[in-house]
Design a protein around this ligand. Structure first.
Ligand SMILES: [Zn+2]
Ligand SMILES: [Zn+2]
Length: 149
């Protein structure tokens, strides 16, 4: 049995509730995308999401996916990852964790913050920047890519 993960959304009804709590209307594309992201642990790009949603949502367009991801990220329902290559990738949970990204294939892995020691960030940075959080991105070679050399 999987570890219960309270931050993930189990059904489209829950996704709709989550949207309303964030002050958004629960439109069909928003519900579909938020629900899909709750189980999609690939940290998908908009293109990857569209591909997986298209069978059930034939009228969904790439621009709708992009716009929806923007809105969801702004409301903190999902997290936008630093651009890997040219594509935006998103994370279905806003829960704090770090990432390890494979240098070879670009696969993105979640790294639980409880597992490894992390630096404590300063309160401020030069230029009057107030530090809210720090994210670590590990550059790795994943098991699949490291095999056979
Ligand atoms: Zn890899
Ligand atoms: Zn993640």
């Amino acid at each position: 049995m999987n570890q219960p993960d309270t931050d993930r959304i189990a059904s489209s009804r829950q996704a709709a509730d989550r949207l309303r709590e964030a002050g958004l209307r629960a439109t069909a594309p928003r519900v579909a995308i938020l629900t899909a992201l709750s189980t999609d642990r690939r940290h998908p790009s908009a293109e990857m999401l569209l591909e997986s949603l298209r069978p059930g949502h034939p009228s969904l367009s790439l621009s709708t996916v992009y716009t929806t991801l923007e809105v969801l990220a702004q409301r903190g329902l999902i997290r936008r990852l630093g651009a890997q290559g040219d594509r935006m990738r998103v994370d279905g949970t806003a829960r704090d964790h770090d990432h390890a990204i494979c240098r070879e294939c670009g696969a993105i892995f979640d790294v639980d913050r409880g597992v490894l020691p992390r630096p404590s960030p300063p309160v401020t940075l030069p230029d009057g920047l107030h530090v809210e959080d720090v994210h670590i991105e590990y550059e790795v070679i994943c098991a699949a890519c490291g095999r056979g050399d």
